[in-house]
Write a protein that binds this ligand. Structure first.
Ligand code: IPE
Ligand code: IPE
Ligand code: MG
Length: 258
């Protein structure tokens, strides 16, 4: 039996934990879901079992973010560098993405999630591309949380793509190079029209960005936890949000921004 996004009644919501200030939640949380392989190895299982369990952690996190009032969740699912993994692991991941999308689309629709996939999607298997197009279209008019899944995503590739698109517009005589500013640059990113992440969570203790959202993370608060991604749960998310609410965001000023 498939484990749907909503394991309980669709109307049953997780209440906001005491101690979290609803007025100071991050509008956008980004997460580098790392440590699946180590989670499996610790149990004597093949690495890919960690990816399978990681899906459950992602569903949990999406549901909690949605219920607690976070406006957008962006998850790093597959980087442009992850193609360098053994073929068997890459094939497993692509098949897993297909299976999960097929299985979860109805729950995503019901729960008003707006799913989008960021990255170079044309390099993905055809069947997956089809499912992505279908899920994106079917949830586009939803009214709930924005859920971005970064798939074959690389921050550098994204920036190069922006440069190429702007150069093409200049070459066509549509854009004056002097008019290129941060606003028109950001409008060509995969995340065009969305707020930059306020909080970046990375699991498994690695203290690096790994080519994720290089432009968008300019002023994100960073929360790094030793918890391995498949173990990431409500308590770990609460800890990240409490950590975030204890930060002073100054954006270069002397006093915290209002
Ligand atoms: C993250 O977990 C998932 C993907 C990159 C697809 P890893 O597979 O990187 O797990 P570790 O870092 O090897 O433990
Ligand atoms: C980052 O994790 C990519 C994803 C979570 C999809 P990696 O495990 O690939 O990153 P590195 O190799 O440790 O930097
Ligand atoms: Mg890793």
């Amino acid at each position: 039996m498939s484990r749907a996004l909503a394991t309980s009644s669709p109307t049953q919501r997780h209440p906001l934990p005491a101690g979290l200030d609803p007025a100071r939640l991050p509008a956008h949380v980004a997460v580098i879901m790392d440590g699946n392989g180590r989670w499996a190895s610790q149990r004597g299982l093949p690495r890919v079992m960690g990816h399978r369990e990681g899906v459950e952690a992602l569903k949990r996190t999406l549901r909690l973010c949605s219920d607690w009032g976070v406006g957008a969740l962006t998850a790093y699912a597959f980087s442009t560098e992850n193609w360098n993994r053994p073929g068997e692991e890459v094939r497993f991941l692509m098949a897993l993405f297909e299976r999960v999308l097929e299985r979860e689309i109805v729950a995503l629709e019901r729960e008003q999630v707006r799913i989008r996939f960021l990255g170079d999607l044309e390099a993905l298997p055809r069947g997956l591309q089809q499912l992505i197009a279908d899920a994106t279209a079917r949830t586009a008019a939803n009214t709930g949380i924005h859920f971005n899944v970064c798939t074959n995503y690389g921050g550098r590739a994204e920036l190069v793509r922006v440069a190429r698109r702007l150069a093409e517009r200049v070459a066509r005589g549509e854009l004056d190079p002097a008019a290129i500013d941060e606003g028109c640059f950001a409008a060509e990113l995969h995340t065009a029209g969305q707020h930059d992440p306020d909080l970046l969570i990375r699991t498994s203790g690695e203290q690096r960005i790994s080519n994720f959202l290089l432009w968008q993370l300019a002023y994100a608060e960073l929360h790094i936890t030793d918890v391995l991604w498949p173990d990431f749960d409500g308590a770990a998310l609460l800890q990240a949000l409490l950590d975030y609410q204890n930060r002073q965001r100054r954006f270069g000023r002397v006093e915290p921004a209002a």
